[in-house]
Write a new protein. Structure first.
Length: 424
């Protein structure tokens, strides 16, 4: 009898714990079912709207067109870089990434839901017409770009070589928007340009992270070294990025092997590290100054973040663009595709770049230039010159230390670094 009374308290505790666990499980189940119910309720609303459109809209509708439009809108709500592509658009996208196409030579993105120039590429129609990083494109051939997607804008800007396109630009510190007419050209870029900027300082400009830019950079380093370079100024201004693999390879030239260059983090917080490669001829001792601005994006920011975090370079200029996310193209059953942001990049020290950018160690704003008044006769002669200039893409980097205050600041900083090193 005494044993039964001793057992009762234990039984009560056990039943209480079981009741709590059951209650928690029921609560969680209810939450799951509630979440599912909310999702299905939203789908019901979509179905109702589709039914109303199909049966009440003033004209017959194309079901596929409506569904595609809905998916397109859904992708637009995520971020500026995610997008839905119908089968034709997807096919064009895949062809263009492998071949030549007629274009203007600008990389575009969305800032505050406005179509914005990330950077004009050197020696292209846009660059020669004076298009600048940060310019807002408010019209293309007279049609508003409000609510346009990046992919749609790219399709409108690209076209047959030799054809014209006019963009309407709103520029900070310029009172009124203005039109810029350009002739599309086959875009062939010399990715690396170089020269000596001082008797012992090599100046190297990286235009974009195209295929084998690391090989071209190695050639440039050897060239300036042969002319007595003891230090490098590497200019990443208006470099919109390019291949991740080349960002890793370029970083590997200046970092010891097996150092983290950048890492990504996906939705499940799975981390993937990208490290500097071995087997590279390394330059680990000569000082480096990196020049950046608001047109430095993507792969440029990866290189900047890596060399800054590892203390390998001093960064001079203006804050970078802040485009550091990974997009994957997922093919859907009917031949369409979803370009989806699946991860974000972080610097070796864990700094987030996306939507933030990288702050330079020494901030120097570019000198403001007044807009040049348009002259139809001058514009025609410039277009004639453009066709000739595009065929002569020189490897020599030109510079002007009077007008280019950022480059002048970078040179002054490099001389200070070299002077301090000589005193040690």
């Amino acid at each position: 009898m005494k044993f039964k009374f001793r057992f009762l308290p234990l039984l009560t505790v056990f039943l209480t714990i079981a009741l709590i666990i059951t209650s928690v499980a029921l609560f969680r189940s209810q939450n799951v079912y509630a979440a599912k119910a909310d999702k299905y309720q939203n789908l019901d609303i979509f179905t109702q709207a589709l039914y109303l459109i199909e049966n009440n809209y003033v004209e017959p509708v194309d079901d596929q067109k409506i569904i595609y439009g809905a998916i397109k809108g859904m992708a637009q709500e995520l971020d500026p870089h995610s997008a839905f592509m119908d089968p034709k658009t997807l096919n064009n996208f895949e062809v263009e990434t492998q071949g030549e196409f007629g274009g203007l030579g600008i990389t575009i993105g969305m800032k505050d839901k406005i179509l914005t120039v990330i950077a004009p590429l050197e020696d292209t129609p846009a660059f020669k017409k004076g298009i600048k990083a940060g310019d807002q494109i408010i019209k293309i051939d007279g049609k508003s770009t409000m609510d346009i997607t990046i992919d749609d804008a790219v399709n409108k800007l690209r076209g047959k070589e030799g054809t014209d396109v006019t963009i309407t630009v709103f520029r900070k510190n310029v009172e009124k928007p203005f039109d810029v007419k350009m002739k599309r050209a086959i875009i062939k870029i010399k990715s690396v340009k170089y020269t000596m900027i001082d008797k012992n300082i090599g100046y190297i400009r990286l235009i974009q992270f195209s295929n084998d830019i690391s090989g071209q950079l190695k050639d440039a380093l050897r060239a300036v070294d042969s002319q007595g370079a003891k230090a490098y100024i590497i200019d990443l201004r208006n470099n919109p990025g390019g291949l991740l693999t080349e960002a890793i390879s370029v970083s590997s030239l200046f970092l010891p092997s097996n150092e983290i260059v950048v890492y990504t983090m996906d939705r499940a917080q799975k981390r993937t590290d990208y490290k500097s490669n071995g087997g590279f001829s390394k330059e680990l001792t000569k000082p480096i100054v990196l020049l950046v601005n608001e047109g430095s994006a993507s792969a440029s920011e990866i290189l900047t973040g890596a060399l800054q975090d590892h203390g390998r370079a001093t960064v001079v200029g203006a804050k970078t663009y802040g485009k550091a996310s990974v997009q994957n193209v997922i093919h859907l059953a009917d031949g369409s595709g979803l370009k989806l942001t699946t991860a974000k990049y972080f610097t070796p020290k864990g700094r987030s770049i996306h939507g933030i950018g990288i702050e330079p160690d020494i901030k120097v704003e570019a000198k403001h230039e007044e807009p040049v008044a348009h002259d139809d006769k001058k514009e025609k002669s410039e277009e004639e010159e453009l066709d000739k200039d595009l065929t002569t893409n020189s490897s020599k980097a030109d510079f002007d230390l009077v007008k280019d205050v950022q480059l002048k600041a970078a040179l002054d900083k490099m001389k200070e670094i070299a002077g301090n090193a000589a005193k040690k």
